[in-house]
Design a protein around this ligand. Structure first.
Ligand code: GRF
Length: 188
């Protein structure tokens, strides 16, 4: 199965997917290409592994350009810390084939502007009892696609932005490979 991963940042989730493919936790899969919408360490991670990379600068034409360069045999498009919004035309061209990971318990704390520390800040400000991570299908509505997997944990009294982010990343490393296997119909 051919996976294309989209990144904008440090790419620790990308690294986790790379490691899971190597270890066989995600079997029969390969990252055909990593695409970034800006210079970022995620691109370096891919290059270090000899994975083909592309940089398409973020902007109005991103989705159209991505569509042009996407390998024909792409089975799954994985957004792993990707900050651009894919347009409706693109999303509708690949129904059920695009997934994203979000650092909160959707449908809460999703939508425009809800990424990275903005999410954690909002969760703490709302004095939520729990948070977590969600893997979901990408549709043209931001963070609105069907949920594939979600895992939560209890927020402690002395939680900080950093501790929250760390706990959520750990959960992401657990549920992202599981969700990928589920979609590629690989039994766990
Ligand atoms: C993750 O927390 C993910 O939920 C969010 O962006 C972060 C990416 O982290 N969409 P990394 O680049 O994989 O380290």
């Amino acid at each position: 199965k051919n996976i294309v991963v989209l990144v904008s940042g440090g790419g620790t989730n990308l690294q986790r997917i790379i490691d899971c493919i190597k270890s066989g936790e995600i079997p029969n899969a390969k990252i055909a290409m990593v695409v970034a919408d800006r210079e970022c360490f995620g691109l370096d991670r891919a290059q270090n592994q000899g994975i083909p990379t592309q940089l398409i600068q973020r902007g109005k034409t991103f989705s159209a350009e991505l569509k042009k360069i996407l390998p024909e045999n792409t089975d799954l498009i994985v957004l792993a810390g990707f900050l651009s919004i894919l347009n409706k035309e693109f999303c509708e061209s690949f129904p059920g084939k695009i997934i994203n990971i979000h650092p909160a318990l959707l449908p809460k704390f999703g939508g425009k502007g809800m990424w990275g520390h903005h999410v954690h800040k909002a969760v703490l400000a709302a004095e939520e009892k729990e948070s977590g991570a969600t893997v979901h299908y990408v549709t043209s509505g931001i963070d609105e696609g069907e949920i594939i997997l979600q895992k939560s944990f209890e927020i402690s009294d002395n939680e900080t932005l950093e501790s929250l982010s760390e706990k959520i990343h750990k959960i992401e490393y657990e549920i992202f490979p599981k969700a990928i296997n589920k979609i590629l119909r690989i039994p766990s």
